[in-house]
Write a protein that binds this ligand. Structure first.
Ligand code: NAD
Length: 262
């Protein structure tokens, strides 16, 4: 399936987890991709070169920090100068911190709002004029089940993800006549490094074994009792890039094993 042949996809936070799966899915559909995110240079280079080798496309990498508006603008400019356009933008970079609201460190609040919410605004702002010039575009942001419901101790994350839904709807309306769609995807728990990192702290805080944390904490709210896979999230993003999805805009699409249906 080459629905993205000749197109260019920028995926923020694509050095691991869901973002890497998006990049690989778009490359598999023929797009040249721009990777972004943290990680050891050798690991990132392995992922970048594997994409070129496996899918026969070009892949570039930018270490732009999604907390920096200037670096976000540079990332979008790099995609254009390297590959000639930005057709698909996925705002995916995200971080998490868990603490009661009265103890929530201000720097962590600012980082989560900056990386999980404001970065999407800055990237969209930079990419939209380029998409408008070409008369086509797809903007997708990874929100979360936490864009619909809350959990205690995640004030910044829940605020940022709820904010993504408002940004998505507003941008979709502004671009409705431009053949540019803007949607967000809201996964439940997906097995990625972000989730894995939460396990040791929860084991200590709740005096639980690893398997108990997985079944009684992480999957407690997910009725299917299964993790979402990164490939399932990426497949939905690829569908949103298709012509069949041209009339899907301003939507917040859940992939959460029934979490937010309950
Ligand atoms: N894993 C889940 O259960 C889950 C559920 C719902 C939503 N999400 C969302 O999915 C997105 C991806 O998370 P993931 O689970 O794949 O985790 P992950 O930790 O594997 O990926 C996060 C990515 O963001 C990058 N990143 C972090 N800070 C950055 C910064 N300042 N600048 C640039 N890149 C930065 C990381 O390097 C990495 O590439 C996040 O927005 C997260 O909130 C995850």
């Amino acid at each position: 399936m080459s629905i993205l042949k000749g197109k260019v996809a920028v995926v923020t936070g694509s050095t691991s987890g869901i973002g890497l799966a998006y990049a690989r899915a778009f490359a598999g559909a023929g797009a040249n991709v721009v990777l972004n995110g943290m990680g050891a240079r050798a690991d990132v280079e392995n992922e970048r070169s594997a994409i070129e080798r496996e899918f026969g496309v070009k892949a570039a990498y930018s270490a732009a920090d999604m907390a920096s508006p200037d670096q976000i603008a540079e990332l979008i400019a790099l995609a254009e100068s390297t590959f000639g356009s930005v057709d698909v933008l996925v705002n995916n970079a995200g971080v998490q911190h868990v603490a009661p609201v009265e103890e929530f460190p201000v720097d962590k609040w600012n980082a989560i709002i900056g990386i999980n919410l404001s970065s999407a605004f800055h990237a969209i702002r930079a990419a939209v004029p380029r998409m408008k010039k070409r008369g086509w575009g797809r903007i997708i942001t990874t929100a979360s089940a936490h864009s619909i419901v809350a959990s205690p101790f995640k004030s910044a994350y829940v605020a940022a993800k709820h904010g993504i839904v408002g940004l998505t709807k507003t941008v979709a309306l502004e671009l409705a006549r431009s053949k540019i769609t803007c949607n967000c995807i809201s996964p439940g728990y997906v097995w990625t490094p972000l989730v894995e990192k939460q396990i040791p702290n929860t084991m200590v805080a709740r005096n639980m074994r690893r398997d108990e944390v997985i079944s009684e904490v992480l999957l407690a709210a997910q009725p299917t009792k299964e993790f979402v896979t990164v490939e399932q999230v990426a497949s939905l993003a690829l569908f949103l890039c298709s012509q069949d999805a041209a009339q899907i805009t301003g939507a917040n699409l859940s992939v959460d094993g029934g979490w937010t249906a309950a």
